[in-house]
Design a protein around this ligand. Structure first.
Ligand code: ASP
Ligand code: MG
Length: 412
């Protein structure tokens, strides 16, 4: 008997028929004697609908109030899912995040989980219930409802699996695993049988939407066995997220392609602070106020100084570009910047693979491939297992296609 956490995404609960389908799958696992915790997202499209509704009332919605209403999508699906299980004669009980006591910090719309009280869930499981938990939400220490950021139900699933020391966390979604890249952009993309946590972490942070990045961080930290599966297939094996040190390094190196995947992201905007004095402390003067406003910064570039001034460029989420620009304009005189400009017509494309550690020339191959298509690189950043570039948004799909081919990802 195993304890399994199964997380179902929005499409898997997108209609009554699909919820019944989900319940039948849970019933099959239950019949094998397993204890099951189900985590559900809101019905597909519902979270977007709620956010848009909020914006009709308040164009820049108050974060606390936004979380109160946006979290309701999941409250609907936990009730429906429990009912679907009951209809199959299975004992089920639903919990909102606050009812479990999934305690988070108070960063509304992107809260982090601080602790989970798993006592009630354990008791219900022991009593033979399937426990159904609302994804994406928690409660802060003051009792405010919080949400965990878009795609946050994955994190709820993995965090519960960690807290309950579950045997496996299964993420059911509308794709049957993790692909070399998004098959909607490159039809030749292939499903990976396994991928390391580090690669998954890079792919998720670079824009792959299969798993929310925080869920991967959690899984890595607490060594949760994580598998991505299709909710529309009876028995696909999906993609297993593995730990590099667990697999035999030598055999791994021979089989493992150098590059595992290509991620892309249209969600970032570039902010350039031009003509700032080239002196110590300037990066802090620019990014300090940005961090104080709780705005995440991704890539950062500072040019070589000339004539005592330099340019400083960084990327933020598109939704936060105007806020960041406003903050910088208010300190522009103080920093002594000549000009501050934002550009949200950019895209980031990244190639990821642990094989980069032992192979040289990946960056040059990537840059040559893009150069041959006349694609200009606006920013570059690298890690041990990733190379990311910022390019004009209109070349994004082309870049992904040619890189997928250049790195032989279409070949099994
Ligand atoms: N419903 C939330 C969203 O759409 C959370 C999730 O689906 O994971 O972002
Ligand atoms: Mg998702």
């Amino acid at each position: 008997m195993a304890l399994i956490v199964q997380k179902y995404g929005g499409t898997s609960v997108g209609s009554p028929e699909r919820i019944k389908n989900l319940a039948r799958r849970v019933a099959r696992y239950k019949a094998l004697g397993h204890q099951i915790v189900v985590v559900v997202s809101a019905m597909s499209g519902e979270t977007n609908r709620l956010i848009n509704l909020a914006k009709e009332i308040m164009p820049d919605p108050d974060p606390r109030e936004l979380d109160v209403m946006v979290s309701t999508g999941e409250q609907v699906t936990i009730g429906l899912t429990s009912m679907a299980l009951m209809e199959l004669g299975i004992k089920a009980k639903s919990y909102t995040g606050a009812q479990v006591r999934i305690v988070t910090d108070s960063a509304f719309t992107k809260a982090r989980i601080l602790s989970i009280d798993e006592q009630n869930i354990r008791r219900d499981l022991e009593a033979g219930n399937v426990v159904v938990v609302a994804g994406f939400q928690g409660v802060d220490e003051h009792g405010n409802i919080t949400t965990l950021g878009r795609g946050g139900s994955d994190t709820t699933g993995v965090a519960l699996a960690a807290a309950l020391k579950a045997d496996e966390c299964q993420i059911y979604t509308d794709v049957d695993g993790v692909y070399t890249t998004d098959p909607r952009v490159v039809p030749e993309a292939r499903r990976l049988k396994s991928i390391t946590f580090e690669e998954m972490l890079e792919l998720a942070s670079q824009g792959s939407k299969v798993l929310q990045i925080r869920s991967v961080e959690f899984a890595g930290k607490y060594k949760v066995k994580l598998r991505v599966l299709s909710s529309f297939e009876e028995d696909g094996e999906g993609t297993l997220i593995t730990f590099e040190e667990d697999s035999d390094k030598d055999s791994q190196d021979m089989e493992q392609p150098i590059i595992s995947g290509i991620a892309f992201n249209r969600d970032e905007a570039k902010i350039a602070v031009l003509g700032v004095p080239d002196k110590p402390g300037i990066a802090y003067q620019i990014l300090g106020p940005i961090a104080d406003a709780n705005i995440d910064v991704d890539m950062i570039i500072q040019n070589m100084g000339a004539d005592g001034t330099t340019d400083f460029t960084f990327t933020v989420h598109k939704n936060e570009m105007n806020k960041a620009l406003g903050i910088l304009k208010s300190v522009q005189a103080h920093i002594g910047a000549r000009e501050i400009v934002g550009d949200d017509k950019i895209a980031k494309v990244s190639v990821v693979g642990v094989g980069m550690r032992s192979h040289v020339g990946i960056a040059s191959q990537m840059f040559r491939t893009l150069a041959e298509e006349g694609i200009n690189l606006q920013m570059i950043s690298t890690s041990e297992i990733k190379i990311a570039v910022v390019i004009d948004e209109k070349y994004m799909e082309l870049a992904v296609r040619v890189l997928h081919k250049a790195f032989d990802l279409d070949q099994a």
